[in-house]
Design a protein around this ligand. Structure first.
Ligand code: HEC
Length: 158
C-alpha cells in the first residue's frame, strides 16, 4: 500500500508535464556549479600560457601575453555572483569542490577574489613589456589562485 501511495505524486508529475522530469538536469544549483567550473577553466586556460612564458617553458611573445592578460581582465568585468548560490557547497553537492567556508565568511572570500583581481590588473599592465616585466608580477597571480584554493577549494586530485 505504501508503495502505491508513493507512486501517486510521480504519476501526477508525469501526467502534468507529458514526460518524466529528470530533477537532476533541471536543478539550477547544478547549472550554477557547472558555470563556475567553466569560469575557473577559462582562468586556467588564459593564465596557463602566461605562467609558461614566465617560467621559460616556451618563448615569450608580447602580443600573445597581452592578449591572455586582457582575456583574464575581460572575465573580471562580468558579475558572476549568481554562480555561487548559498547552499551550493561541497557538503551538499558532490559535484563541487567549493568549501562551505566561502559562505561562512564571505568577506574573506571576497578578499581572496580581490587579491586575484589586483594581480590580474598588474599582469595586464606588464604582460606586454617583456619577459622580465611579466615575471615581476606573475608570482602574485599564481599566489592569488593558490591562496583562494588553499582556503576555499576542497582537496582535489587534478
Ligand atoms: C577567490 C577564489 C578563487 C580564485 C581567485 C581562483 N579560484 Fe579557481 N576555484 C575556486 C573554487 C572555490 C573552486 C571550486 C569550484 C567548484 O567546484 O564549484 C575552483 C576551481 C578551480 C578549477 C577546477 C575547475 C573544474 O573543472 O571544476 C580550476 C582549474 C581553477 N579553479 C583554476 C584557477 C586558476 C588558474 C586561478 C587563477 C588564475 C583561479 N582558479 C583563481 C576559487 C578560486
Amino acid at each position: 500500500m505504501k508503495k502505491i501511495l508513493l507512486l501517486v505524486p510521480v504519476l501526477l508529475a508525469v501526467i502534468g508535464t507529458g514526460h518524466v522530469v529528470n530533477a537532476d538536469d533541471k536543478d539550477p544549483v547544478k547549472k550554477a556549479i557547472e558555470a563556475r567550473a567553466a569560469i575557473m577553466k577559462l582562468r586556467a586556460w588564459n593564465a596557463g600560457p602566461l605562467f609558461g612564458m614566465a617560467k621559460g617553458d616556451f618563448e615569450y611573445d608580447a602580443e600573445f601575453a597581452t592578449l591572455l592578460a586582457d582575456n583574464l581582465k575581460a572575465e573580471l568585468a562580468m558579475n558572476n555572483a549568481r554562480m555561487w548560490p548559498a547552499g551550493s557547497d561541497s557538503s551538499v553537492y558532490e559535484e563541487t569542490e567549493a568549501l562551505p567556508e566561502i559562505w561562512f565568511d564571505e568577506s574573506e572570500a571576497a578578499e581572496a577574489e580581490n587579491a586575484y583581481r589586483e594581480a590580474v590588473m598588474s599582469v595586464a599592465e606588464q604582460a606586454g613589456n617583456g619577459r622580465d616585466a611579466l615575471r615581476s608580477v606573475i608570482g602574485d597571480l599564481g599566489a592569488s589562485c593558490k591562496g583562494c584554493h588553499d582556503d576555499f577549494r576542497a582537496e582535489h586530485s587534478h
